[in-house]
Design a protein around this ligand. Structure first.
Ligand SMILES: C[S@@+](CC[C@H](N)C(=O)[O-])C[C@H]1O[C@@H](n2cnc3c(N)ncnc32)[C@H](O)[C@@H]1O
Length: 192
């Protein structure tokens, strides 16, 4: 277990849980600009809970999920209400804002890790495996007029990701970008 600090807030990080990076903090900043008090928010793939931890300061209606049991325990230690679920399976409510920092790196089988941390990085061969599954069923839990915020890399394919959402009638807006070595991170907002 170790401690991380962002915006003067301390939070805990367990072993085998995604160590928040530029992508996490870019998403925190974009979420803080996007969220309205009273928004019902779902964060998919919460990891340590870092994004929800900051969202909670603006709206108390925040629920998070993660496929990794260790991540769920970590998020709960950080006082984020976390449910173990594959994306949002088993969740029946509707949300005004859905946030997801997915595993977005193209990954070949030989690169797979043998721990739960694999799920934080492994975006399948295209990098879009989890995003594709996420978009497919999103309307079941997104409120009418709801918004989606997601962070991906230029390596994931921004145009390809836009096309997945466009098929479902969403339009895309790039709300934050950051250049890091070898790639560009972008926070994308999808709405109708
Ligand atoms: C890149 S990490 C992001 C963690 C955290 N939100 C952050 O920004 O620091 C992706 C997270 O998504 C989780 N994840 C991957 N596939 C998932 C799925 N199908 N359902 C739920 N969570 C998933 C991973 O376990 C991991 O915690």
């Amino acid at each position: 277990m170790s401690i991380r600090i962002y915006r003067n807030k301390e939070f805990e990080l367990l072993d085998d849980v995604y160590d928040p990076g530029e992508d996490s903090y870019l998403l925190v900043e974009a979420a803080l600009k996007e969220i309205k008090p009273g928004d019902r928010v779902l964060e998919v793939g919460t990891g340590s809970g870092v994004v929800s931890l900051f969202i909670k300061d603006i709206s108390p209606y925040v629920v998070a999920t993660d496929i990794s049991p260790i991540a769920c325990r970590n998020a709960r230690i950080n006082e984020v209400q976390a449910i173990r679920a594959d994306l949002f399976s088993g969740i029946c409510s509707r949300f005004d804002l859905i946030i997801f920092n997915p595993p977005y790196l193209p990954t070949v089988p030989e690169e797979r890790l043998e721990t739960w941390l694999d799920r934080a990085f492994n975006g399948g061969l295209t990098g879009r495996k989890e995003i594709e599954r996420f978009v497919k069923d999103i309307d079941r839990i997104l409120s009418p007029g709801g918004r989606v915020l997601t962070v991906i890399s230029s390596i994931t394919g921004i145009g390809e990701t836009e096309a997945l959402f466009k098929e479902k009638g969403f339009r895309m807006e790039t709300v934050a970008t950051e250049k890091v070595p070898f790639e560009k991170l972008v926070v994308l907002k999808f709405s109708r």
